[in-house]
Design a binder for this molecule. Structure first.
Ligand SMILES: N[C@@H](CCC(=O)N[C@@H](CS)C(=O)NCC(=O)O)C(=O)O
Length: 223
């Protein structure tokens, strides 16, 4: 039996969604973020040393890292579903987006989250202008331009085909959902990028996406 170690409001929502798309049996072990730090509870470290989510166990194997989990589930249980055939141009695009989501798109979005938190953090009044000045400079000169570059790129790629790897929905779209949802919640994604907005609408309408939300519980990305 596949066990998903699920942290609330996290990337493990993608794994629940994939399992629902594939119609596989699984069980969910829940973990709650610390309300103050938003970190995962220490018990998750007994599953995997990094103590991050998602992590799954299946048949004595522990698999961490969203992209690796998606590949594992597709290879082991997918029976050729949600992945383009080996050797096809779509397969290369699939692999690219599977890595791009966490390797390239998420870092500037994570930095945006962190710098926004620093801006909101209570600091003594006399150093507040200095802290805000640094945060605003980094946001303006580095983070926002990076996020914009990625959003422009993703928007234009969805002009090539309806889904990220081609004309068929694939697990790469599941992996890409998180940076796009994170951008909608904290990175300035709006109606000026109609293909990304339409992508969000299409995935949110999928029955498996909705079932995964029922299983995973409230899903609100950190801002
Ligand atoms: N690149 C990793 C990121 C894992 C990650 O940072 N997960 C977050 C949840 S979205 C987490 O566990 N945060 C809680 C913590 O760091 O304590 C993946 O895609 O699996």
């Amino acid at each position: 039996m596949i066990t998903v170690h699920h942290l609330n409001n996290s990337r493990s929502q993608r794994v629940l969604w994939l399992l629902e798309e594939l119609g596989l049996d699984y069980q969910v072990k829940r973990y709650e973020r610390d309300a103050k730090t938003m970190l995962a509870p220490p018990e998750l470290k007994s599953v995997h040393p990094l103590g991050k989510s998602p992590v799954i166990s299946d048949d004595g194997q522990v698999v961490a890292e969203s992209g690796a989990i998606i590949e594992y589930l597709i290879d082991r249980h997918g029976q050729g579903r949600l992945v383009p055939p080996h050797g096809s141009a779509e397969r290369l695009r699939f692999t690219y987006w599977l890595h791009y989501a966490e390797g390239s798109a998420m870092p500037p979005l994570l930095m945006s989250l962190i710098f926004n938190k620093v801006r909101e953090a209570p600091v003594p009044i006399f150093i507040r202008p200095v802290v805000h000045g640094i945060v605003d400079k980094v946001m303006t000169n580095f983070i926002r331009p990076q996020v914009t570059t990625h959003l422009d790129f993703m928007e234009s790629e969805l002009g090539r085909s309806q889904w990220f790897a081609g004309e068929h929905f694939s697990a790469a779209d599941i992996q890409m959902s998180f940076p796009i949802e994170a951008a909608a919640s904290r990175g300035g994604l709006d109606g000026s990028r109609p293909r990304l907005m339409a992508f969000l609408e299409r995935i949110h309408a999928r029955p498996a996406y909705r079932r995964a939300l029922e299983t995973g519980g409230p899903y609100e990305l950190l801002r």
